[in-house]
Write a protein that binds this ligand. Structure first.
Ligand code: 5RP
Length: 260
């Protein structure tokens, strides 16, 4: 394996490789977005190439669609795929209930739609993203550009009544301009410190006019695969109540690291 990979990338790759082992021939799969999900797309493409798996893949962003196509995966829109067998995606934070904060990469709207249109959601991550209480990572909220300042004021006001520590909502920027999502919206990042009641917060945020979707994933994720730099992976299935550990062998025999 390439020695230039950082320990965090080795951990992400180990998690991605183990999650891709869950994929079976003929599946319709949701492909997440972000650096961990990109490792998963590469590992998946390797399996498709070496085993001739026939998969139909639905991406959660333009970035993931481009990577998948480049690596030879069959990429279709969710509208054409219908229901999916499984979605594999990264996360920004997760807790013991597998409640997630997602959207650090700005794709949580499509990620949530794709994950909830799947029989199963598998999250792949390194160990640093596990938290006791969610909220150290700013919570992304996608809002329509029209009147986004009014939406922000309403959000900051409602945060005052929620079980959180902070109430600041910052417009995500891309250089000097507001960040634009694949769906043409803006993102407000909420600095909350801690989220005492994720379900109440999620419901309240989605009631604010202009809010399209927030980055809390509640009762959506079934399995988390945690990777470590030495190749160790831990798979926790909350539905089954099982925990499995194994070690991924990083081999030099494939070309997965070629373009990294
Ligand atoms: C994108 C996401 C990503 O899954 C999340 O930001 C994790 O990214 P990375 O794997 O690069 O750490 O939610 O919207």
């Amino acid at each position: 394996m390439s020695l230039s990979l950082t320990p965090i990338d080795r951990a992400k790759y180990a998690a991605a490789r183990r999650a891709v082992d869950l994929v079976e021939d003929g599946m319709k799969l949701g492909l997440g977005t972000g650096s961990t999900a990109a490792w998963m797309v590469r590992a998946l493409a390797e399996r498709v190439k070496s085993e001739g798996l026939r998969l139909t893949c639905v991406p959660t962003s333009v970035r993931t669609a481009e990577l998948g196509r480049e690596l030879g995966l069959k990429i279709v829109a969710l509208e054409d795929a219908g229901w999916l067998d499984m979605t594999i995606d990264g996360t920004d934070e997760f807790d013991a209930n597998l409640t997630l904060i997602k959207g650090g990469g700005g794709a949580h709207l499509m990620e949530k739609i794709v994950a909830t249109a799947s029989d199963k959601m598998v999250v792949i991550t390194d160990a640093s993203k596990e938290v006791k209480t969610l909220g150290a990572f700013p919570l992304p909220v996608e809002v329509v550009p029209f009147g986004w300042q009014a939406s922000r004021m309403l959000i900051e006001e409602l945060l005052g009544a929620m079980d959180v520590m902070g109430t600041q909502a910052s417009l995500r920027m891309n250089g000097a301009r507001p960040y634009i999502t694949d769906e043409g919206n803006h993102i407000l990042d909420l600095s909350l410190g801690r989220i005492g009641n994720p379900r109440q917060l999620s419901l309240a945020l989605n009631q604010v006019p202009g809010v399209v979707e927030n980055g809390l994933f509640i009762d959506i994720c079934d399995i988390v695969v945690i990777g470590f730099a030495d190749g160790l992976v831990e798979l926790r299935d909350i539905g089954e109540g099982t925990i499995e550990r194994e070690r991924i062998i990083f081999e030099d025999t494939n070309n997965i690291f070629r373009d990294v």
